[in-house]
Design a protein around this ligand. Structure first.
Ligand SMILES: [Ca+2]
Length: 317
């Protein structure tokens, strides 16, 4: 391919991502767009409690699906039938604030949306059924125990899609700097939870590769501690994407020995036992800390790879 053509396609790609993202109808590569509904859907096959299902969708930048209309109920059932064997899913409707007061996750009364109950439902069997499930056979609803684990669907409407041009992601929280994109998460989490949050954002727990990056992370930590004074101890370190959980060797989450990652400035807490999760202090030193401590953390993504993928999609469309 000639250099000029590559440049042209690159510029075209930038144009597309900047101005016509909604026309491209792209949210994330794990979501399926249904044109008639002007929305994106992802079927989650790993069963979760209602609350965890709701959280998972939120972390993906979406919300726990419930059918608004019969048309949507039928179209989603068609997609579900074509791809999955299971018959029941949790939907984003519950009576968790008061018995019989069924509302959507945004607080709308169920009467304003699709509400085709199965015969004799809701019955609050055993007094513990506050979450609503949807059956793909007849499209009927039933009330169920919220702690039961079921598959679920996340939904994102096209109209709510906001594209972050610089980071090529539908998440305004990512900031482009030092040729990469970063997002600091202010909710305190364990190392494993932090890892999972970044994964759900199609990013990864940040890895420090040079001094400039370490300085930037320290600056981000300063910002967090200002609006989080009460949790000072939890914000004076951030979790990073390196670990030594097996007590063998410190490696990044991409399996590179930390000594080869480009930044390896250790603090003095390195050799404690039971401290296999990677962190950085505000002075830029790295430490191994206990994995179940809760801290703020940074997710990182390479915007250029993403751009290549998008370029591929445009060429193929
Ligand atoms: Ca029931």
């Amino acid at each position: 391919m000639s250099c000029k053509l590559v440049t042209f396609l690159f510029l075209m790609c930038l144009f597309h991502t900047s101005y016509t993202q909604r026309n491209l109808k792209f949210f994330r590569n794990d979501y399926h767009y249904i044109n008639d509904l002007k929305s994106f859907y992802k079927i989650h096959t790993i069963a979760k409690t209602w609350e965890d299902a709701k959280k998972t969708c939120k972390l993906e930048g979406a919300f726990l699906f419930y059918p608004v209309t019969e048309v949507e109920a039928n179209a989603v059932m068609d997609y579900w039938n074509a791809t999955q064997a299971f018959s029941w899913i949790f939907i984003g409707i519950s009576s968790r604030f008061a018995k019989e007061s069924f509302i959507t996750i945004e607080g709308k009364p169920i009467i304003d949306v699709y509400h085709k109950w199965a015969l004799g439902q809701p019955n609050d069997a055993g007094g513990v059924q506050d979450c609503v499930v949807f059956h793909k056979g007849d499209g009927c609803l039933n009330d169920e125990n919220c702690n039961k684990k079921l598959p679920f669907i996340c939904k994102k409407t096209l109209v709510s899609l906001e594209w972050n041009d610089r980071c090529n992601i539908a998440d305004p929280g990512y900031v482009y700097t030092l040729s990469k994109c970063y997002k600091i998460h202010r909710t305190l989490m364990t190392w494993s939870e932090a890892y999972a949050v970044c994964y759900k954002e199609q990013s990864y727990l940040a890895i420090v590769n040079n001094q400039a990056e370490a300085d930037y992370f320290a600056a981000l930590m300063d910002e967090v501690s200002i609006d989080n004074r009460l949790q000072y101890n939890s914000t004076r370190v951030i979790y990073l994407g390196f670990q030594n959980i097996n007590g063998e060797e410190w490696t990044t989450i991409r399996d590179t020995p930390l000594t080869d990652a480009g930044y390896n400035r250790w603090g003095d807490r390195l050799l404690n036992e039971d401290t296999g999760c990677g962190s950085m202090s505000r002075d830029g030193t790295l430490n191994g800390i206990k994995c179940n401590e809760k801290h703020v953390f940074i997710c990182e993504r390479e915007s250029i790879n993403n751009l290549d993928e998008r370029l591929g999609e445009i060429l193929n469309s």
